[in-house]
Design a protein around this ligand. Structure first.
Ligand code: PMP
Length: 391
């Protein structure tokens, strides 16, 4: 039976650069000891205190349907956290709890775009973005950035793409580049959204992982709160990827309608998971810093290993769990490099090309293995690149 056009076109066509990821996974299954520096998953599990809170909530009876918008206490906690972090007065009515940031991204686009509307996003991009937009019925349109502006979108590029579009999706701290958008970039984004009457969808799931610079939520810029939907998540900040809990923060009337969408799609998030998220958020910033600390250390390790060589250039890694490396001096594109590295050294990284066209000639390294192993892998990666650059 034929399926809908909507679902069959979610993935788009052509190679998406993920072959190397699947090849690495197949090697692991076949018993080859591959060092996987591919996806954004912590090498620690969820903290046991959080799991105990989840267990206590479940055993205590919070296993029935939870209220769809999210429990009062979690919505209050998220709202207070956003108020404290951004200075924008935020109420529980501004918050919808969702099963992770991914479903929030989908709901946000579904909420602001009609079928066929143009939804802008920035290239390089997190892998699901175009599919999420297509899945919500809109037309994805990439704004391609460049390595020489550290992959931050320029106001000119935004201006050029904006006419006729409905929404703009941005992500800072950024996956895959590790770049944190500057005040100037964010002001450019805000200006273009206001001038062209765009909704801004701001994916801030890495907001607790900033190594350099400051995370500014664009919702806090003048006139932006009324047109911004912020996507948040417990996945990265609290190593709760599998729990599937996140949120959308936006204007109350938009949230009220997104609650209608949730009622007819997800029907909310498990109550015991929400209780665990509430517990986790009340552990304070030390808990978040403990989760972020390994990436901060490995980012410093990366800088050390790369010092004193000029074959590989790092895009300044200011946040998130990744470092984007420019390997163009080897004469290879990202995909050939990643494949050759996997074959020769059994080290798996993501080709820049799997995140769009802007990061061609780059690779993304996820800093998601233990420090010593990470340092060793990176040294071998540099030696491998140097050998190829010399050829
Ligand atoms: N946005 C970005 C930029 C991400 O990297 C991810 C996960 N890798 C997500 C959203 C979705 O995260 P989750 O659904 O686990 O909250």
């Amino acid at each position: 039976m034929k399926l809908s056009h909507r679902i069959s076109q979610i993935n788009g066509g052509g190679s998406d650069g993920w072959d190397v990821f699947y090849k690495a996974r197949a090697m692991v299954t076949a018993g080859v000891p591959v060092i996987e520096l591919t996806i954004g998953e912590h090498d620690i599990g969820t903290d046991h205190d959080i799991l105990n809170a989840m267990h206590d909530a479940a055993v205590g009876g919070h296993t029935g349907y939870a209220v769809v918008p999210g429990t009062d206490q979690l919505r209050r906690t998220v709202a207070a956290r956003i108020t404290a972090r951004t200075g924008v007065p935020t109420r529980p009515e501004n918050i919808l709890i969702t099963p992770g940031g991914q479903s929030a991204l989908y709901a946000a686009h579904y909420g602001v775009c009609d079928p066929g509307d143009t939804a802008l996003y920035i290239d390089p991009y997190y892998a699901t973005y175009p599919g999420t937009i297509r899945g919500a019925g809109a037309e994805p349109k990439a704004i391609v950035t460049a390595p020489d502006t550290a992959f931050q979108p320029t106001k000119a590029a935004l201006e050029k793409a904006a006419p006729g579009a409905r929404s703009l999706l941005v992500n800072s701290p950024n996956n895959p580049t590790g770049v944190v958008y500057s005040q100037e970039t964010l002001q450019g984004i805000a200006d273009v959204c206001c001038d062209h009457n765009l909704w801004l969808i701001s994916d801030e799931v890495y907001d607790t992982q900033v190594w350099d610079g400051t995370h500014i939520s664009p919702r806090s810029l003048p006139n932006m709160a009324e047109r911004t939907l912020v996507v948040g998540s417990m996945s990265k900040s609290h190593a709760m990827t599998g729990s599937r809990v996140g949120w959308i923060c936006g204007p109350e009337d938009a949230i009220a309608q997104l609650i209608d969408l949730a009622t007819n799609t997800t029907y909310g998030v498990a109550g015991f998971v929400q209780d665990a998220a509430h517990f986790a958020l009340n552990q304070g910033v030390q808990a978040e810093e403990a989760v972020a600390a390994p990436f901060r250390r490995r980012r410093a390790l990366t800088m050390q290993v790369l010092e004193g060589q000029d074959v590989i250039r790092a895009v300044p890694a200011q946040g998130a769990m990744y470092v984007m490396l420019d390997i163009r001096a080897t004469g290879m594109d990202g995909e050939s490099f990643a494949n050759a590295l996997l074959d020769a050294e059994h080290i798996a990284v993501m080709p820049g090309e799997s995140f769009g066209i802007a990061a061609a000639g780059h690779i993304r390294v996820a800093m998601t293995v233990a420090d010593e192993k990470y340092r060793d892998a990176l040294k071998r990666l540099v030696a491998f690149a140097s050998k190829h650059a010399a050829q």
